[in-house]
Design a protein around this ligand. Structure first.
Ligand code: ATP
Ligand code: MG
Ligand code: FE
Length: 354
């Protein structure tokens, strides 16, 4: 099966061609074409929905054409189109779905509507044929979730953020310290020369039984500290970034330790696997902490390559392949959903019918 994937839920305009391989658990990525709109949004310190939607309209046709060319295939070689139907910014989702439906109508191809989070969740199966079940930590600009991936369409959300996403917290903290967008890489860079113990910032949710996250109080604490010190020296910024990153890492450690113990108690006492995905997974301090926790808990840590961790269409094409192979295509009447919790993914796909 060869599937064209389309992803336009946030600020990446992306298309990809992925093929399932006979006798192998994973898939083969023939092309993975991503246009990142970071430069279009940088001046505003975050993603502007209107600008994103317009950029998707202007760019998607060319990205699809380039992705087919990169894969050295034509639409004649494509068996189905998989497209992100949600969650995300509605303008971009509409652009992606209209394009996918147009291709499917013109070429009489099946359409598979994919939940963006499911794309992230199934990525280790594309790259490594990872068997179910496993735990997923998804940390990006829009999401912060701990998910139990039991099987295809069988996802349990164990924890989520009650306010800001982790990437969003990095971006907002960077902005208030006068650092460029995207904030994650900037904060990490600044933190390298900072003293993480200089400011005793809060560790929101640490010690809580439930596996949720909260980051807006932490960001506010950085803001208060910064305004007390103003005007900030370069060293102040280094130290604030280091203290912020330490607080985040410390909280994450507590959450993940609990999640892994719960996994062992409830799901399986087999050596568990923890998959980390999302743009924030690039952070070296967070990565080192996860390696440490997993070592202690005898868990295998797996992080897909960064190009497949941040938003891309290869993961959407792959999720499409998995659904097609179990017989679930989507009707052409399916509508984009800006909110679409992953736990509902299976139900709403079936609800949309064929
Ligand atoms: P979605 O939430 O839908 O996946 P997104 O585009 O916001 O969409 P990604 O592209 O996966 O998410 O990730 C972008 C986020 O990752 C930004 O918030 C960015 O600041 C953060 N990020 C990137 N690199 C780092 C880093 N080294 N440390 C911390 N955060 C980082
Ligand atoms: Mg992005
Ligand atoms: Fe994403």
């Amino acid at each position: 099966t060869t599937v064209l994937g389309i992803e336009t839920s946030c600020d990446e305009t992306a298309a990809a061609v992925v093929r399932s391989v006979e006798g192998s658990a994973g898939g083969e990525i023939l092309s993975n074409t991503v246009y990142s709109q970071i430069a279009d949004h940088a001046a505003f310190g975050g993603v502007v929905p209107e600008i994103a939607a317009r950029a998707h309209v202007e760019g998607l046709d060319a990205i699809v054409a380039r992705s087919l060319a990169d894969a050295d295939v034509t639409l004649d070689d494509i068996d189905a189109v998989a497209v992100t139907a949600g969650p995300g910014l509605i303008g971009g989702l509409i652009v992606g779905m209209m394009t996918a439906k147009a291709i499917c109508t013109a070429r009489s191809l099946p359409l598979v509507a994919i939940n963006h989070l499911e794309g992230h969740a199934l990525t280790p199966r594309l790259t490594d044929g990872m068997p179910f079940p496993y735990l997923l930590l998804l940390v990006s600009g829009g999401h912060t979730q701990i998910l139990l991936v039991r099987g295809l369409g069988d996802y349990e959300r164990w924890g989520t953020t009650i306010d800001d996403a982790l990437g969003e917290a990095f971006d907002k903290t960077a902005k208030l310290l006068g650092l460029p967008y995207p904030g994650g890489p900037a904060v990490e860079r600044e933190a390298r020369n900072g003293d993480a113990t200089r400011f005793p910032l809060p560790r929101p949710m640490k010690g809580e039984e439930r596996l949720d996250f909260s980051f807006s109080g932490l960001k506010s604490a950085v803001r208060r500290q910064a305004s007390e010190l103003a005007p900030l020296t370069a060293q102040d910024v280094h130290d604030l970034c280091a203290s912020f990153q330490a607080a985040v890492t410390d909280t994450l450690r507590d959450r993940m330790l609990r999640a892994l113990r719960r996994y062992r108690g409830e799901v399986s006492d087999h050596p568990a696997a923890l998959v980390v995905a999302g743009g924030v997974a690039a952070n070296q301090a967070i990565r080192a902490m996860l390696e440490d926790v997993c070592k202690d808990e005898k868990t295998r840590l797996y992080a897909p390559p960064q190009s497949l961790c941040s938003d891309n269409a290869a993961m959407i094409a792959w999720a499409g392949i998995e659904h097609l192979e179990t017989g679930t295509a989507t009707g052409m009447d399916v509508a984009p959903r800006s909110r679409w919790p992953l736990d509902e993914a299976a139900a709403s796909l079936i609800g949309a019918g064929r």
